[in-house]
Write a protein that binds this ligand. Structure first.
Ligand code: M6R
Length: 568
């Protein structure tokens, strides 16, 4: 067993790495929950007899109770992790087992004792020909190869080895050999599983000449939006979404729509709330999944709840979905990953077609999510026969123009790079806007802080003077989005207020402004204010990227963050 603290690439430097022998292996990059990042706390963890090794993604909530029990039976612990109870519990049950398949039964008995979430891989020197895996509320996929098989928590990680996957459900087990895979239900009855083919191009999970995945994924946005629109839209014809297929009577029966998600996916909900509300005349509440799940929300059969998740594996979003379902709501999953957990839980699933997103900072997933949610809003509106056809047709034309308009932005990135060079040493930046420009300001601010580590906040422009303007001074940059001509005069007054207090200004706009009044103006094409976040976010993504590059940071793997947040 070899392990170390730090980046995966450091594994190459561990003494003994070249002399590792064997044909099966397990590995895990730990995201520290219990115990600081250190070699002792890294995975795999072994039992005291060194017969069983385990890697685990998730959180064992009752680990203190289990550890106390195991200590009373004479077991010692070397780490501060919750995970270390698992191999020791397996050893404990293994020594009591008399069944034919002692290894599998011992793993199951250990898992029966665990509370919380887990996806685990177990190997044993006593059974050197296979790996046992299982999951509960944490993701795990099994990739089928040719005389070799793979295990991972998500598909993109092993896409270059196979495109054929089995998806394990909660409390199912698999024994993985090089030439066969056996599946079991929660009671260890053998079951068969459907092999799914994922048609993602494996090169889409590679950098293809770009310096970083994030930059590549920003440049993939026109295509991701185009693929997400697919054949769903045509001018003059009602949208048909086979995935949802709702009737007018059903949509008339609901009194509110929830959009629930985390981080960027939640921001995609904020960016489409007004479109859905105005076009359908139904209240739309956008909520953070980790809040929704714990506050007994007012949800019943008259609620339609939409859960948005790029990965489809975000623990809080899955828990929120289960809650809404248990309260009688109809649930829709909007995800980028076919067969992901959220899509298996929801009543209906509909996909963005952004292709694999590898960089931790979400870019093409956001613009695809906003596009798809807008299409869903139009579909509801047409089914309800709520809005004027010409009005809907104009929005459809704007949606179809999005790929070209995003490409226009990408043709013009150097000026953003230059402005990033001027401000990358700053410590505070503010993002402001009104209406949908405020919704997208929240996403712009998140992008900057997560990859550049610059403190940033987003504000509704009109709120600045209620407190935050006290922080505006020389050395602060204010990014301001102005894309709605009805709100532009108000936004411009707010910008004057920050200029007066010494801030630098970066304006993203489709209005004709007098450039010389501002430090940097980036022009985007005109579009319906309902869709403007899909354009205005792109310069903000690029700005965050170039600021982080100037600071020589790892943009694809920012500190403390994981691509899929599969723990609470
Ligand atoms: O996979 P999900 O869309 O459910 O992820 C939700 C958030 O963790 C995610 O959007 C996060 O905020 C982004 N990585 C930020 O760029």
């Amino acid at each position: 067993m070899l392990k170390t603290k730090g980046r995966v690439s450091l594994l190459n430097e561990i003494e003994g790495i070249d002399s590792l022998k064997g044909h099966i292996g397990i590995a895990h990059t730990r995201w520290a929950t219990h115990g600081k990042p250190s070699k002792e706390n890294s995975h795999p963890h072994m039992d005291n007899s060194k017969n069983f090794s385990v890697v685990h993604n998730g959180i064992i909530e009752n680990y203190i109770e289990l550890k106390t029990f195991l200590v009373s039976k004479g077991y010692n612990f070397l780490s501060q992790t919750d995970t270390e109870v698992i191999p020791n519990l397996i050893h404990y049950y293994y020594s009591q087992e008399s069944s034919n398949n002692k290894f599998l039964h011992a793993v199951k008995r250990a898992c029966d004792d665990l509370k919380g979430s887990f996806a685990i891989e177990v190997i044993s020197i006593l059974h050197p020909d296979h790996v046992i895996v299982t999951r509960k509320d944490s993701p795990l996929v099994v990739g089928k190869g040719d005389n070799e098989n793979f295990i991972s928590s998500d598909i993109p990680a092993i896409l270059s080895f196979t495109k054929n996957f089995y998806l394990l459900n909660d409390n199912e087990y698999a024994e993985i050999y090089n030439d066969k895979i056996l599946f079991y239900d929660k009671d260890l009855n053998e079951i068969s599983k459907e092999l799914k083919n994922i048609n993602w191009d494996s090169s889409s999970a590679e950098k293809n000449g770009f310096e970083d995945y994030m930059l590549k994924e920003i440049f993939e946005e026109p295509n991701a939006i185009r693929e997400t629109i697919g054949t769903k839209l045509s001018i003059g014809k009602d949208i048909v979404l086979d995935e949802l297929n709702f009737t007018k009577d059903y949509l008339k029966s609901i009194n509110k729509i929830y959009i629930v998600a985390c981080g960027t996916a939640m921001h995609a909900g904020l960016a489409t709330k007004t479109l859905i509300e105005n076009l359908c005349n139904i209240t739309v509440i956008v909520d953070i999944a980790s809040e929704f799940r714990y506050r007994d929300p007012l949800v019943d059969e008259k609620t339609l709840a939409i859960f948005v998740s790029q990965s489809g594996e975000t623990a809080d979003t899955i828990a929120a979905l289960k809650l809404a379902k248990s309260k009688g709501a109809k649930t829709i999953a909007v995800s980028n990953v076919i067969g992901s957990s959220i899509t298996r839980e929801a009543d209906y699933s509909i996909y963005t077609h952004a292709g694999p997103e590898i960089a931790v900072a979400s870019t093409k997933a956001y613009t695809s999510q906003v596009t798809l949610l807008a299409i869903i809003g139009l579909y509801f509106s047409e089914t309800l026969e709520h809005s004027n056809k010409d009005f809907i047709n104009n929005i459809k034309k704007d949606i179809l123009s999005l790929p070209d308009k995003v490409s226009n932005i990408l043709d013009n990135v150097n000026c953003i790079k230059d402005f990033a060079k001027q401000v990358y040493t700053e410590h505070d930046m503010f993002y402001i806007g009104r209406g949908n420009d405020y919704a997208v300001a929240q996403e712009g601010s998140l992008k900057l802080k997560e990859i550049s580590y610059i403190h940033s906040e987003s504000y509704a422009s009109g709120e600045l003077k209620h407190g935050t303007i006290a922080l505006i001074e020389n050395g602060v940059t204010v990014v301001s989005i102005i894309t709605d001509e009805t709100l532009a005069p108000k936004s411009l007054s707010n910008i004057q207020e920050v200029i007066t207090r010494g801030a630098k200004t970066f304006i993203i706009t489709n209005q004709n402004l007098d450039d010389k009044n501002f430090d940097f103006v980036f022009k985007i094409d005109n579009i319906s204010p309902y869709l403007s976040p899909i354009l205005s976010i792109v310069p903000m993504q690029l700005f965050a990227y170039y600021v982080a590059k100037e600071k020589k940071l790892d943009v694809d793997k920012p500190r403390n963050l994981a691509k899929s947040v599969t723990v609470e």
